[in-house]
Ligand binder design. Structure first.
Ligand SMILES: [Zn+2]
Length: 197
């Protein structure tokens, strides 16, 4: 899956879960339009978690593995799915996140973990057990070349329309956030403070 799919679906699932979990507590005012209600939910979610960290987590496995496997060690791996796409990586940051939350009541590392776990799910990593269960099942794939990887990525939309569909779905799911940012305090405020009015 590509960037918009990862970011949008991870955000959409978080917003849906948040809306469902707060529904019983919220008394919806009848004079609110659906748009106002969605903006209210996005604002309320942004108060509970840092959405910038959520997006970082949603892309984190690729941010780690793609430069490592394709730029730093292209002759060894030549692939963009390595340690960052393993369960061990997600478990490690999850445990650190649980400790940080218990000790300091900070949830950002748990949010990062959620994003990274969603990334593995959306990449269907169960199809690559040697990566998902690294280092317990076989070894990481080696011997690929960045050129082959790149040509496969570029060919993806034509050969695999589902990649385009997931990008479109991701974009649609990001619309409530984009709309809230543009109608509210703006992109700069969001990027600097993570706030969505
Ligand atoms: Zn990935």
């Amino acid at each position: 899956m590509l960037t918009l799919g990862h970011a949008g679906i991870t955000f959409g699932v978080a917003l849906t879960a948040h809306s469902l979990s707060t529904r019983s507590r919220n008394t919806e005012r009848s004079d609110q339009t659906p748009g106002m209600r969605i903006r209210g939910q996005v604002h309320s979610l942004s108060q509970r978690i840092d959405l910038r960290v959520l997006f970082l987590g949603a892309l984190l496995p690729d941010i780690i593995d793609k430069p490592l496997g394709l730029l730093v060690l292209p002759d060894v791996y030549g692939t963009g799915r390595l340690f960052g796409h393993s369960l061990l990586f997600v478990l490690a940051i999850g445990l650190a996140g649980a400790w940080l939350y218990r000790a300091r009541k900070r949830n950002w590392l748990l949010v990062l973990t959620y994003g990274a776990a969603m990334h593995l799910l959306l990449d269907s990593m169960w199809r690559a057990p040697s990566v998902l269960f690294w280092p317990f099942v076989g070894s990481l794939p080696q011997g690929g070349t960045p050129e082959v990887w790149l040509s496969r990525m570029l060919a993806t939309p034509a050969q695999n329309p589902s990649a385009l569909i997931s990008e479109a779905v991701g974009f649609v799911l990001l619309m409530p956030l984009i709309w809230s940012i543009l109608r509210g305090s703006g992109l700069r405020q969001f990027l600097r403070y993570g706030e969505v009015e």
